[in-house]
Design a protein around this ligand. Structure first.
Ligand code: SF4
Length: 215
């Protein structure tokens, strides 16, 4: 079977995304004009955590500290309490504390705006850096999480064994104009009709063109 046709896929996903009523938390924040700092922090909190839990923890944290200045003044123990029960909350609280200090001291309070600089920050891997670059700085990149890695391999767009390799290979086959939106569309697909354990192809907008369709 051939890889999924890219242009048609994005046309169908674009129409479908408007009807599904599910928008990932970071996309909602970006659309609402939240600051790069808040987008960075919520993206860090969202790792291995459900969107609904990330949203509640972010609200609780931002009601007390929504800037690097305010965050740096909080103890790690206080940060742990504010972000609980996100996954790995103890490690994330420690990283947040260090992150706030570094942003204040090295970047005079402003979140750096390149993927390279972002990945030097504590707790910020390539996936987080890429998403923050796209959502907070309107940059062009492809953010590859587990859904994007899994589904783009299923679509036969790439044949890769790590998200890092998927990011590099996807950039060769996806036109740049789609880079910013691919994460939102595929994450929404991966959290709804194309979950890892259950593919509801009968409800999927791509059932007629997907190489893995069970219809
Ligand atoms: S057609 Fe099925 S396998 Fe393909 S993306 Fe949709 S739900 Fe997933």
């Amino acid at each position: 079977m051939s890889p999924i046709p890219v242009k048609r896929t994005f046309e169908l996903l674009h129409k479908w995304a408007g009807t599904v009523g599910h928008v990932p938390i970071i996309d909602l924040m970006a659309a609402g004009g939240d600051s790069p700092w808040k987008i960075l922090v919520s993206t860090m909190l969202s790792a291995r955590t459900k969107d609904s839990t990330t949203a509640k923890a972010s609200m609780k944290l931002f009601s007390v500290a929504d800037t690097p200045e305010k965050t740096a003044k909080l103890s790690v123990a206080k940060l742990e309490k504010l972000i609980y029960p996100v996954g790995f909350y103890k490690t994330k609280a420690q990283n947040l504390h260090e992150l706030a200090k570094i942003v204040l001291e090295k970047y005079i309070g402003k979140v750096p705006g390149t993927v390279e600089e972002l990945t030097t920050l504590p707790g910020v891997g390539i996936k987080t850096a890429s998403l923050v670059y796209i959502k907070a700085f309107d940059g062009y990149d492809i953010c590859v999480d587990t859904h994007v890695h899994r589904i783009s391999n299923m679509w036969e767009l790439v044949r890769t064994d790590t998200p890092e390799k998927t990011r590099i290979e996807l950039k060769k086959v996806i036109p740049q104009k789609y880079w910013k939106e691919i994460n939102q569309y595929i994450v929404t697909l991966g959290q709804t009709v194309c979950r890892p354990v259950k593919h509801e192809c009968d409800k999927c907008p791509l059932s007629r063109i997907c190489p893995a369709s069970q219809i």
